[in-house]
Design a protein around this ligand. Structure first.
Ligand SMILES: *[C@@H]1O[C@H](CO)[C@@H](O)[C@H](O)[C@H]1NC(C)=O
Ligand SMILES: *[C@@H]1O[C@H](CO)[C@@H](O)[C@H](O)[C@H]1NC(C)=O
Ligand SMILES: *[C@@H]1O[C@H](CO)[C@@H](O)[C@H](O)[C@H]1NC(C)=O
Ligand SMILES: *[C@@H]1O[C@H](CO)[C@@H](O)[C@H](O)[C@H]1NC(C)=O
Ligand SMILES: *[C@@H]1O[C@H](CO)[C@@H](O)[C@H](O)[C@H]1NC(C)=O
Ligand SMILES: *[C@@H]1O[C@H](CO)[C@@H](O)[C@H](O)[C@H]1NC(C)=O
Ligand SMILES: [Cu+2]
Length: 611
């Protein structure tokens, strides 16, 4: 009997044997100067950004995070669903205790997904101190791909996909996240919105615009307000603090004088460095994973003279769409093919903030390499070769977007999320009815930096609460009655985000655990109790056939009217997960809530974590 069982176990183990990809990420706090300005920041294995974690779909992943920083931390794998491993989601107070200085925590999860993700700190503002890196999961053999729709050599596309490179887009500040937070408290203003530079793969420079450009590109939505008050965008390209106070602070107490003038006003250019994507001259296609690890800004992204074939969004394939530019919100991932069919030279890779609060941009380079051939001879002014750093400064290509991220001409096309269709189709037909509907009201509470996803600001003191939510019996009033969603497993849930005050920016809401379908959005007040009612009244605002399937959902800004956005998800993964705005200052300010999913099938946390 025993030997029979042993044999059976042996066969079973063999059958399910999978590879384990192991990584160690050591977090340290040190001095760096990604944009040419020295400050204290976070390094991962001595690098910034952290190393790319390359994994194959189907692998088990084990990541030892060693915290050698002088403060607590955790690491979240953004977009990884953590099916059956909710304790590996990396959110302090939710799925684990914080990793204290000198300690190590091992994250173990199964890569049933493929595609583009990233990891980042989920403690306080540490993402703004540089704590992030890419995750790249290679699709397993035989997975169906939508590449034949591109009308090119599918083999060449697959070859390009197998060499896909991450392109991390971020914004960067010269003050630490801790100091930034203290300045908000001292000024009573959301002063963290004014950044110093934009980075591509951790490289960039402080690039001060001329007054002429600042005036020319001031958003027409904000220009008149500034003019009426005798204000202008600051030298750093920021909305002046007085304007933030007027638009967002309400009656709360503020003290603009507490802000040193370099926070909003003074722009001091730096030399910095520039990211160069080098492509062999013979290559026909390039594949990039464009990933926003930004704290504040949303970006326009475009490569001069090279259309982008978007073939995956947030890690999942879509029916490919050919565009000239994309708007990339915090936490978004776009996987794109770029056809390399242009004359060999340098092309601008443009990244520009489209956030109303700041005009700021950067340019990286796409450089066709052709050994010491034509290209070198023509761009290096008669020398037989030249230093890379000299020749990448020569960008003569024609952009599709300007430095404010707007289309240069009417024929420039932007990615339109409404056209995105998952490949293969994901939404069940006919559409399931939701079992529960949660309506949230997004706003600031009391002052311009205290944000709420539903009425009350989330209190980050929970980070240190022991035991974390997942280790307890689920309680609908913990962390708070109006910021806790409770669901049963295998039910369908609608989340309706209503943006109920004017002048709110777009909020890139990020859902932990599995993705959701973005089923509708609109301008005006949400006046219904369910999606079914709303869709009956306003069918054009909904897509219940091929809705976008994502882990991030951007609420429409409330420039002139209130707005709303509705998403639907299937509860399949019991556990305690966070739902939050991915603008770091909004998250810090409390724009978060807890999803206690599948409370009827609440998981038992493994002893190694529970202790
Ligand atoms: C580039 O210049 C080198 C050195 O002058 C020469 O040998 C080579 O033939 C040139 N290449 C082309 C394609 O003209
Ligand atoms: C847009 O149109 C202009 C002139 O009509 C043309 O020069 C340019 O190449 C076009 N740009 C794109 C991206 O198609
Ligand atoms: C770090 O985490 C521990 C355990 O949760 C907590 O007691 C301590 O206050 C935290 N330290 C800081 C600086 O947040
Ligand atoms: C959001 O807040 C309202 C008002 O306090 C409350 O009725 C509702 O239950 C809250 N929603 C959730 C999901 O907690
Ligand atoms: C939306 O609701 C607000 C109050 O919450 C009200 O002041 C406003 O007039 C409403 N807008 C419309 C278009 O009904
Ligand atoms: C939760 O529901 C999903 C979907 O039906 C199912 O696949 C999963 O096994 C369930 N989980 C548990 C722990 O029962
Ligand atoms: Cu937000």
């Amino acid at each position: 009997m025993h030997s029979f069982l042993a044999l059976w176990l042996c066969i079973a183990t063999y059958a399910i044997a999978t590879k384990t990809s192991r990584f160690t990420l050591e977090l340290t706090w040190g001095t760096g100067s990604p944009d040419g300005f020295e400050r204290e920041m976070i390094f991962i294995n001595g690098q910034f950004p952290g190393p790319t974690l390359e994994i194959t779909q189907g692998d088990w992943v084990e990541i030892d995070v060693v915290n050698n920083m002088p403060f607590n931390s955790t690491i979240h794998a953004h977009g990884i669903e953590q099916i059956n491993t909710p304790w590996a989601d990396g959110v302090p107070g939710f799925s684990q205790r914080p990793i204290q200085p000198g300690d190590t925590f091992t994250y173990k999860w199964h890569a049933h997904q493929y595609g583009s993700y990233f990891y980042h700190a989920h403690s306080r503002g540490q993402i703004d101190d540089g704590c992030y890196g890419a995750i790249l999961i290679k699709p397993k053999h035989g997975l169906a791909k939508p590449f034949d729709k591109i009308g090119a050599d599918v083999k060449a596309l697959e070859e390009a996909e197998s060499k896909i490179q991450p392109l991390l887009l971020s914004d960067w500040r010269h003050t630490t996240s801790q100091h930034t937070w203290e300045l908000q408290l001292a000024s009573g203003l959301e002063s963290s919105v004014c950044m110093d530079s934009l980075l591509v793969n951790g490289k960039g420079a402080v690039n001060c615009w001329s007054r002429e450009d600042l005036d020319r590109f001031t958003n027409p939505g904000i220009g008149p307000v500034l003019e009426q008050n005798g204000w202008q965008m600051t030298d750093k390209g920021c909305l002046p603090p007085e304007a933030l106070e007027l638009l967002l602070a309400g009656d709360s107490e503020t003290n603009i004088d507490a802000l040193p003038e370099e926070i909003f006003e003074v722009c001091t250019p730096t030399q910095g460095s520039r990211e160069v994507i080098k492509v062999p001259h013979k290559a026909k296609w390039l594949a990039l994973d464009i990933i926003s690890t930004a704290g504040i800004d949303s970006f326009s992204f475009s490569i001069d003279e090279h259309p982008l074939w978007i073939f995956a969004v947030d890690g999942g394939y879509i029916e490919p769409l050919k565009v000239d530019a994309i708007t990339v919100a915090n936490g978004d991932r776009y996987s794109v093919f770029v056809q390399l069919d242009k004359p060999a030279k340098n092309y601008g890779v443009r990244v520009a903030s489209v956030a109303l609060v700041q005009l700021i941009d950067t340019t990286a380079v796409l450089s066709y390499e052709s050994g010491w051939g034509n290209y070198r001879n023509s761009t290096c002014h008669g020398h037989s070769y030249c230093e890379d750093d000299d020749d990448v400064d020569t960008i003569t290509s024609t952009p599709s977007i300007n430095q404010a991220g707007l289309a240069i001409s009417d024929n420039v096309t932007f990615f339109n999320q409404a056209q995105m269709v998952a490949f293969p189709p994901q939404f069940p037909q006919p559409a399931p009815e939701a079992d529960q509907t949660f309506i949230m009201s997004l706003l600031t509470v009391g002052n311009s930096y205290t944000w709420a996803l539903n009425g009350s600001a989330f209190n980050h003191a929970i980070d240190d609460e022991d035991p974390p939510l997942l280790y307890q019996e689920p309680n609908p009033n913990n962390p708070g009655g109006d910021i806790t969603i409770v669901t049963k497993n295998d039910t369908w849930v609608d989340l309706v985000f209503t943006v109920t005050t004017l002048n709110q920016p777009p909020h890139p809401i990020h859902k932990h655990s599995n993705k959701a379908f973005i089923i509708g959005q609109g301008v005006g007040n949400w006046t219904w109790s369910t999606v079914a009612e709303a869709a009956a009244a306003n069918p054009g605002a909904f897509n219940l056939v091929t809705p976008p399937y994502r882990d991030g959902f951007v609420t429409p800004p409330t420039t002139t009217a209130n707005t709303w956005l509705a998403v639907r998800y299937h509860v399949v993964n019991p556990g305690a997960f966070m739902l939050h705005c991915h603008i770091q200052s909004h998250l810090n300010g409390g724009m978060a809530m807890a999803m206690l999913d599948g409370v009827d099938e609440w998981p038992e946390v493994p002893g190694e974590y529970k202790k």
